[in-house]
Design a binder for this molecule. Structure first.
Ligand code: PNS
Length: 171
């Protein structure tokens, strides 16, 4: 199989909500590739505190968070339904980029990468190691703290913090 050079990548996720950890992966993808599409999955199943934001809200928060970031001038944000590999084919993205934090991420990511590779061997999976300062951040931790009315300003950008405060109130 002839391999094309990848210039356009997809950074997928549920982003409920987007965190500084996600934004770090997005920013680093922008540095590595010419064009980055952040793809927000419409539906997902997550246990724990459950879903907080609609697809439109999740897309809007990421757009706001990257809007004034000069490192993210090559980012587009869109929602999607269905299979990630189908989206990659339809927008012409040659790879999926995700962040890896701990070993616990690895098994989950390996399973998804294997499945995506079986369905679409032409789509590469690329991983960036999470930056040390964001290793502990996850959307589920943000949802849990916000639901308890705790400060999450060190985990998420202002636009997310405000929406969480409007939803759950502040301590
Ligand atoms: O934020 P997450 O939970 O790591 O994101 C997971 C996501 C949305 C990337 C993954 O569930 C996904 O690709 N969903 C789209 C449906 C799909 O393609 N499923 C097969 C691969 S698991």
């Amino acid at each position: 199989m002839e391999l094309d050079r990848v210039s356009h990548v997809c950074v997928p996720g549920t982003f409920d909500p987007v965190t500084y950890g996600h934004l770090d992966v997005i920013r680093r993808s922008c540095h590595l590739f010419d064009r980055v599409t952040v793809a927000v999955a419409a539906s997902y199943s997550k246990n724990g505190t459950g879903r907080v934001f609609s697809l439109d809200e999740r897309v809007a928060m990421i757009r706001e968070a990257v809007a004034d970031d000069p490192d993210c001038s090559n980012v587009e944000v869109m929602g999607f339904e269905g299979l990630l590999v189908d989206l990659c084919h339809s927008i012409g993205a040659g790879a999926v980029v995700k962040g890896l934090r701990a070993m616990t991420d690895f098994e989950y990511e390996l399973q998804q990468a294997d499945l995506n590779n079986l369905m679409a061997p032409d789509i590469e999976s690329v991983y960036v190691m999470g930056s040390r300062e964001y290793g502990y951040i996850s959307s589920s931790i943000v949802r849990e703290l916000a639901a308890l009315g705790r400060d999450v300003s060190f985990l998420v950008p202002r636009c997310v913090e405000e929406r969480l405060a409007a939803r759950f109130g502040r301590a």
